[in-house]
Design a protein around this ligand. Structure first.
Ligand code: UD2
Length: 323
């Protein structure tokens, strides 16, 4: 019997991963433990699994509680973070304590507990405005805003704990993950969720800059499968390494707006505003390292992901959709 711990299990990505783990590993008698402080996660995201996991309400900044949550654990998916580039620009300290101190507390808890492997949710923002596309993991990171610096610090810590303490750590650099459960109504929401809800409400979204900036938008199921694959392959394939998790396609914000508008039958034009401080211009991944190391492939395309996402928001926010 193995015990898995998911940090941030009530969040957008963490809850999807937790559901998949329960479905895949619980039938073998493995135990799934999850922790969340509900700062950005939601209790309702756990509805399908709460009675099948060991849940702890716990903040990563609380080192004693984190150490306790690591006891008896073999494998950790470290998904918890306070995301958003603009949030980190506005309030870098709060993001720092969650993302850097929190990651450090987890590593120390894992070390004390003898945890075998950690798969860490890293961010494509680490590349910054580094010239050259697509992004390959061997490029020198050039983070700009505090958030990418914090996530990158976590990567270096992961690598250190592999080299020094032998914990098998792997870092997955997510490229703009989107899908059901992404929070749509916070000032720090990802663009896809935010635009979807606004258009459902008949509101015109604001595009920051000229809208020709691009992102390698990646549907949630792809991130979940990358996590499970990275956790299950032999250590020599992944330990101490960093992998892009993306689709390998670049889509502009203008194009994304147009597809969403069509799916939602939204007839109005977007508003154009000034570029956002701390933003990078473009993002596009080379995904061959993840493919070669653990057999990653794109299971759900950008277009199919958009359709599934819009369907989910329509169901979930039916009263908004009904006007
Ligand atoms: C970054 C990371 C992403 C993840 C995320 C966590 C990059 C390339 N990606 O996402 O992997 O770590 O941070 O939060 O760094 N936009 C608008 N109008 C809006 C909102 C956004 O035009 O109302 C634009 C925004 O200027 C940007 C794009 O949409 O060009 C994507 O923004 P986002 O906040 O969804 O994600 P991003 O790229 O900061």
């Amino acid at each position: 019997m193995a015990r898995y711990l998911v940090t941030g299990c009530a969040g957008f990505i963490g809850s999807h991963l937790t559901e998949k783990l329960v479905e895949t590993f619980a039938p073998n008698g493995d135990v799934i433990r999850g922790l969340d402080n509900f700062e950005t996660g939601k209790r309702e995201n756990l509805t399908n699994v709460l009675d099948r996991i060991e849940f702890r309400e716990c903040d990563l900044r609380d080192d004693a509680a984190v150490a306790d949550a690591c006891r008896g654990v073999d494998y950790i998916f470290h998904v918890a973070a306070l995301p958003s580039v603009p949030r980190s620009v506005k309030d870098p300290r709060t993001s720092h304590t969650a993302n850097v101190d929190g990651t450090f507390n987890l590593l120390e808890g894992a070390r004390a507990a003898g945890v075998r492997r950690i798969v860490y949710s890293a961010s494509s923002s680490a590349y910054g405005n580094q010239p050259g596309f697509p992004r390959v993991e061997t490029m020198v990171p050039m983070p700009i805003a505090p958030y990418p610096v914090q996530k990158l610090a976590g990567e270096f810590y992961m690598k250190s704990y592999w080299q020094i303490y032998g914990i098998e750590t792997a870092c997955l650099r997510y490229f703009n993950i989107f899908g059901p459960r992404q929070v749509p109504d916070s000032p720090y929401s990802g663009v896809m969720a935010k635009f979807t809800l606004m258009m459902m409400r008949g509101e015109r979204p604001t595009i920051f800059g000229d809208g020709e900036q691009g992102r390698d938008f990646t549907y949630i199921d792809n991130a979940v499968s990358a996590n499970i694959l990275a956790m299950t392959v032999p250590a020599e394939k992944i330990a101490g390494r960093v992998f892009n998790v993306a689709c390998g396609e670049r889509h502009s914000i203008n194009k994304t707006f147009r597809i969403l508008a069509e799916l939602l039958d939204f007839k109005e034009q977007p508003i154009y505003g000034p570029p956002r401080t701390g933003d990078i211009r473009d993002s596009l991944a080379d995904i061959s390292a993840a493919r070669d190391a653990f057999g990653y492939s794109v299971a759900v395309s950008f277009e199919e992901g958009l359709r599934r996402t819009v369907e989910w928001y329509k169901q979930q926010y039916a009263e908004v959709a009904a006007g």
